[in-house]
Unconditional design. Structure first.
Length: 555
């Protein structure tokens, strides 16, 4: 992402642009401009008075001039009027399209916007009235106005839902976006668990700093084995090795075949042979460079070789960045099922570089969005989940994210990593809320194992579709929950159905390691957001849900 010289906040009235803008300016040490206030000062009258006496067309002309003048400046945060960005003239190269301009849309629901505006009007009086919202049914009027303006708001670089986030939090996140773009600095995410701690870095270009980051954690280490696969290695192992050499490490590279075939006893045995044959010592490092398979395999090797050596996770797939590299789960597959042999082993360092996703095959990238959507569904049931904004964030930013647009991409990864880290910190061994991370996995793992025709995320997407239908059948969520999840999975191009043998899927589900006292535990969505654990799911409900996602149903 290029350097940011100015931030422009857009959105309907009541989204908090002026308040957030002042806080962002303070955080950055920049100036702030409120275009409404600029117009009022220049014209000597309030916005309601100007609408009443000069009309909307005249006001929009003053607004355009004020916005373009502000954008010509640097180190400035600009709070716009709600309708300012609907003027096509402000999107040119001298306006919002000017290099160095970060446009942030603050997204608020009509009901919350009207509640905020009503409270503001009660406190401050007539000068804060909104002319275009005057009259009956203000929420309906706000909804119609927002819908009409939404295409303009969607042109922003990122949209942040703000219904349940205070101005200080929203401002702090925008300051982080600017700081990351300008200084390459991004706060580490800390994960403190009983078995150990992780420091997680999410920043474009961070692969080039993996050596420095590792040296800070292991000041005396000398050797590092980069475990990668034959697809990722040629792309990224040279850069990782160079970064390690620069920090004083002697790197070696261990390359395994790409795919689930390496997540086996034979696969981990080959890694052991190389590590032990090269003389690895407990003070040395294993650097897992790859997607979920490499992370699980290399992590398990690091956890068990010499009873534990240093481990750095460098995920190169979206799925690995937001999920499998965080939390300490490592393991390999067995003929009886996926991930049945493994260990909890927290990596002291995780380095996630979103820029690496540009080399990821499209299908694998798409697969990764399933885990991101999973986090959005369970968010309300996780620590600090009352914000419950990840689902609207994914809905509003789908086009940006599927095209790897920054800063939305790095923001999404950071938020997902933070959610996963908070869950693991609260429940490392899956005795409580960590089980919520298995939403979609009960059937998803079984669908995946029934021939391995699907990527992991593709199977989990189908598992989530099925689980949501089970939730609706039980009565803990409604049709609107099913429809919303289907819509967001569709927006990220995840599959609706697959060809699989339903009997095989059900048989594989019976070997799920998450069973408890012989009963299947289900993570199911509830109305309003979040999930719950249930064991009272009838076989008929499972069969019907499977029928919705499998082309061949159970007889």
């Amino acid at each position: 992402m290029p350097l940011v010289e100015r931030v422009v906040l857009v959105g309907v009235s009541g989204s908090g642009k002026s308040t957030v803008g002042r806080a962002v300016a303070t955080g950055l040490g920049w100036e702030t401009v409120d275009t409404d206030a600029t117009i009022e000062t220049a014209q000597g009258r309030s916005v309601p008075e100007l609408f009443a006496t000069a009309g909307e067309a005249a006001f929009r002309g003053w607004e355009r001039a004020a916005l373009l003048a502000a954008i010509a400046r640097s180190r400035v945060v600009i709070a716009t009027g709600g309708g300012a960005v609907t003027d096509a003239a402000v999107w040119g190269p001298d306006g919002l399209g000017r290099a160095g301009t970060l446009v942030v849309a603050l997204d608020v629901s009509p009901a919350v916007a009207i509640a905020r505006l009503t409270e503001q009007h009660r406190r401050e009086g007539a000068s804060t009235a909104r002319p275009l919202l005057a009259g009956a049914d203000p929420i309906d009027r706000m909804a119609a106005m927002k819908a009409a303006r939404q295409p303009a708001y969607d042109r922003a670089g990122i949209t942040l839902p703000v219904d349940h986030a205070g101005p200080a939090l929203v401002a702090a996140e925008i300051v982080e976006l600017v700081t990351a773009a300008n200084d390459g600095a991004s706060p580490e995410i800390a994960l403190e668990a009983p078995s150990g701690s992780s420091r997680i870095v999410v920043a474009p270009g961070s692969l080039g700093h993996v050596g420095t980051l590792a040296r800070a954690r292991w000041p005396r280490a000398q050797r590092a084995w980069i475990v990668t696969d034959d697809r990722v290695g040629p792309l990224h192992a040279p850069a990782a090795a160079a970064a390690l050499v620069e920090a004083g490490f002697t790197p070696e590279t261990v390359t395994v075949p790409a795919g689930e075939v390496s997540k086996s006893l034979g696969g981990v045995g080959a890694v052991y042979d190389r590590l032990l044959g090269d003389g690895i010592e407990r003070g040395d490092l294993v650097v897992a460079l790859g997607g979920g398979v490499v992370g699980d395999l290399a992590g398990f090797a690091a956890a068990t070789c010499l009873r534990g050596v240093g481990l750095v996770q460098v995920p190169t797939s979206l799925l690995a960045m937001v999920d499998s590299s965080v939390g300490g789960k490592t393991g390999i597959n067995h003929a009886a099922g996926k991930n049945l042999i493994g260990a909890f082993y927290q990596p002291p360092l995780v380095v996630a570089d979103p820029a690496l996703l540009a080399t990821l095959p499209e299908r694998e990238l798409t697969s990764g969005w399933a885990e991101v959507i999973k986090h959005a569904v369970i968010q309300a049931s996780t620590p600090a989940g009352e914000r419950n904004d990840l689902m609207p964030f994914l809905e509003r930013n789908a086009a940006r994210l599927t095209n790897l647009g920054e800063p939305a991409l790095s923001y999404a990864i950071r938020r997902n990593v933070a959610l996963k880290a908070a869950v693991v910190a609260a429940d490392e061994r899956e005795g409580g809320i960590r089980a919520f991370l298995n939403f979609g996995h009960t059937l998803g793992h079984a669908i995946e194992a029934a021939g391995y025709l699907l990527l992991h995320g593709e199977a989990i997407a189908l598992g989530m579709r099925a689980a949501t239908r089970i939730g609706a059948a039980i009565g803990i969520c409604g049709a609107e929950t099913v429809e919303r999840l289907d819509a967001v999975l569709d927006a990220y191009h995840l599959p609706r159905t697959t060809e699989a043998n339903a009997d095989a899927v059900l048989a594989l589900m019976g070997s799920d390691k998450k069973r408890e006292a012989g009963r299947q535990r289900w993570v199911l969505p509830v109305t309003g957001g979040g999930v719950c654990l249930r064991v009272d799911v009838e076989d008929g409900m499972v069969r019907e849900a499977l029928g919705a996602v499998l082309d061949r149903t159970v007889e």
